[in-house]
Design a protein around this ligand. Structure first.
Ligand SMILES: [Zn+2]
Ligand SMILES: [Zn+2]
Ligand SMILES: [Zn+2]
Ligand SMILES: [Zn+2]
Ligand SMILES: [Zn+2]
Length: 354
């Protein structure tokens, strides 16, 4: 989820073309024959070039001496955008020229971790303001904000948090329960989504969560919803079969060490699974289930001032989570919540396939 995009610097170091010098034909000539009527003057100092006098010609321009010609061309050269020196052989970037690598280097982005200016590095989470140099990008990254750096706190499951994220993170089940209760209340009040059974909330490490959800790495959820029950099928000859469900239990697991905002987003997602499992238990399609859960967290984020977290949901390219979210959002915007529920009902009754 925390992706680091390689930062490709917009600068193509390119020596200013030799055209800026003077590839023009320089010809050493003798002045015009007297009486030819041609009035020749030095393009730099303006001194007349008399008949028979030796002079230099560059294209249509004439110069009385090498010094005048040099001065003329130096004057016409582009100026370094940093120090103002004339640039005959330097670098070009974004339409500006730079006389030297040291002047050019002042335009390089500054690493937000160590302050070094360098053309090579990455943008943390793809954010323009978060440029990090190559060396710093190798340092442990904060699991929450994605920033690499030294002095990271190491959590028992191996994740790192920066000091600021560590201080703000939810590590305590009582704090987590407060977030949980407010999210559950908010979902009922704002979206009309609620269930009435007791849900056990636990905070777990990434190791345990990955083991429980059976996946790891990319696409790992920050939480998990679990419903367990004992289902007995009783069949009597001639009377068909009946199902008896007992020992039902609902559990939500969330990672410890998340920010309160991220935890609230994760809990909205898991509570959306709980609602769907309770109201439309027949739905099997992962794209619908995860898309719905992502849609509910997206709505709750927007309703609770956590819009900043919605970028991840909207830009997610995952075929289940990202595509599922866009599918459900489109359906909700077209048919409304009631239309969405009718769709869920059909899907649930048909055993998950539309
Ligand atoms: Zn001259
Ligand atoms: Zn310069
Ligand atoms: Zn750095
Ligand atoms: Zn952090
Ligand atoms: Zn989910």
């Amino acid at each position: 989820v925390k992706e680091l995009f390689p930062f490709i610097p917009a600068l193509r170091l390119r020596a200013v073309s030799a055209l800026l010098l003077l590839p023009l034909l320089l010809t050493l000539l003798s002045g015009p024959a007297s009486g030819a009527g041609e009035e020749l003057r030095c393009a730099q100092c303006g001194a007349p070039i008399r008949p028979g006098e030796r002079y230099l010609r560059s294209g249509a321009l004439a110069f009385c001496s090498n010094a005048c010609m040099d001065a003329y061309w130096r004057k016409s050269l582009p100026k370094c955008a940093v120090c103002g020196a004339p640039v005959s052989n330097g670098f070009k970037k974004d339409g500006k020229v730079y006389c030297s690598e040291s002047c050019l280097s002042t335009t390089w982005p500054k690493c937000v971790v160590c302050g070094l200016k360098t053309p090579k590095g990455i943008l943390v989470n793809g954010e323009a303001g978060k440029f990090v140099c190559e060396a710093c990008s190798q340092k442990p990254r904060c699991f929450d904000c994605g920033m690499p750096g030294d002095g990271r706190r190491r959590l028992p499951d191996g994740r790192f948090l920066c000091e600021a994220c560590f201080m703000a993170s939810v590590a305590d089940i009582d704090d987590a329960l407060r977030v949980f209760d407010s999210v559950r209340k908010g979902m009922r009040g704002s979206l009309g989504l609620s269930t009435s059974h007791r849900i056990n909330l636990s905070l777990v490490g990434l190791d345990k969560l990955e083991k429980m959800s059976g996946k790891s790495g990319e696409g790992t959820e920050y939480g998990l919803f679990e419903y367990t029950a004992t289902v007995e099928t009783m069949s009597a000859p001639g009377a068909g079969s009946a199902k008896r469900v007992s020992d039902e239990a609902w559990s939500v697991y969330a990672l410890y060490g998340l920010s309160p905002d991220k935890l609230a987003e994760v809990l909205s997602h898991e509570l959306a699974h709980d609602w769907m499992q309770t109201c439309y238990p027949g739905i099997k399609d992962a794209r619908v289930k995860e898309g719905w859960a992502e849609y509910v967290s997206w709505r709750m984020n927007a309703l609770s001032g956590r819009q900043a977290l919605n970028k991840r949901i909207e830009l997610n390219q995952d075929p289940v989570y990202g595509a599922g979210f866009r599918f459900i959002r489109q359906k909700a915007e077209k048919d409304g919540m009631e239309g969405l529920k009718a769709f869920f009902r059909r899907l649930s009754n048909s055993g998950g396939a539309e």
